[in-house]
Design a protein around this ligand. Structure first.
Ligand SMILES: [Zn+2]
Length: 257
């Protein structure tokens, strides 16, 4: 995930919002928890990425910091939900829960986030879709493919909205990535990830926006790292990320237009 001090990017925390299908997207059970999103006060506490123990309660920290955080089966809309938010909440509460109470289906995360984008107009919106990960762990390949196709469609939907809205049009970037890879060297391990799974550390990213060169799939022989994303996103927002710990440089090819 992405380490970035969001208070440098937005002057009102409500302008940043975070939607996640699963609480585990925000906790320390991931092998790369030291790179997790940390915002506001939490960012100050963790300055050192070695202090993983602090990540344990990242969700609580984020919520106490005043950031709007919606994960798993959290309802949206607060005390005055819109008609759409009421319907999303009701359907989510009554929905099939193949992953228990820790993670809702992505369809609810997506429609909740899109409604928030349309009505609250945040400057930064973070969406964590979780189904491809879950279905892969379960070994349900058909569902894994369906989930991936849906996210593709939703990214198009988000982009279409962004480019139709005067506040966002031609000044918004979408940065898409994954918090981990999957086993690839040993093909039987594709369902899993973690430090014991060969090649699961390999991830991908994509970026789109009116200021981002449209250069298609990259075949350049370069080594990039996940910890470069924070500065890349900061630069896309027109600021430079500064902190007391070392910060990896931005990915220049994303910004070169
Ligand atoms: Zn997983």
């Amino acid at each position: 995930m992405i380490r970035i001090p969001i208070q440098n990017l937005v002057d009102d925390l409500q302008q940043f919002s975070l939607f996640a299908s699963g609480q585990h997207a925000l906790d320390d059970r991931r092998e790369n928890a030291d790179r997790f999103v940390n915002f506001a006060e939490f960012q100050k506490e963790t300055g050192d990425r070695q202090k993983l123990c602090v990540v344990r309660s990242v969700l609580g920290h984020q919520q106490r910091s005043g950031l709007p955080v919606f994960s798993a089966f959290d309802t949206i809309g607060g005390k005055n939900p819109t008609a759409n938010e009421k319907l999303i909440n009701a359907m989510m509460q009554d929905s099939y829960r193949p992953f228990g109470n820790a993670e809702c289906l992505d369809v609810f995360t997506h429609y909740a986030a899109l409604e928030y984008l349309k009505t609250k107009k945040p400057k930064v919106l973070y969406i964590s879709y979780g189904e491809t990960d879950e279905w892969a762990h379960h070994g349900y390949y058909r569902s894994y493919l369906d989930a991936a196709h849906l996210v593709d469609k939703w990214i198009k939907e988000i982009w279409t909205f962004v480019q139709s809205d005067p506040q966002y049009k031609n000044k918004t970037a979408i940065f898409i990535t994954t918090d981990h890879g999957r086993g690839d060297i040993n093909k039987e391990e594709w369902r899993d990830h973690g430090s014991g799974i060969a090649d699961a550390y390999q991830i991908w990213f994509a970026a789109m926006g009116s200021d981002i060169p449209s250069s298609g799939e990259q075949k350049n022989n370069v080594q990039l790292f996940q910890d470069q994303f924070a500065q890349t996103i900061a630069k896309l927002l027109g600021v430079t990320y500064k902190a007391s710990h070392p910060i990896s440089p931005e990915i220049k090819s994303v910004l070169k237009k």
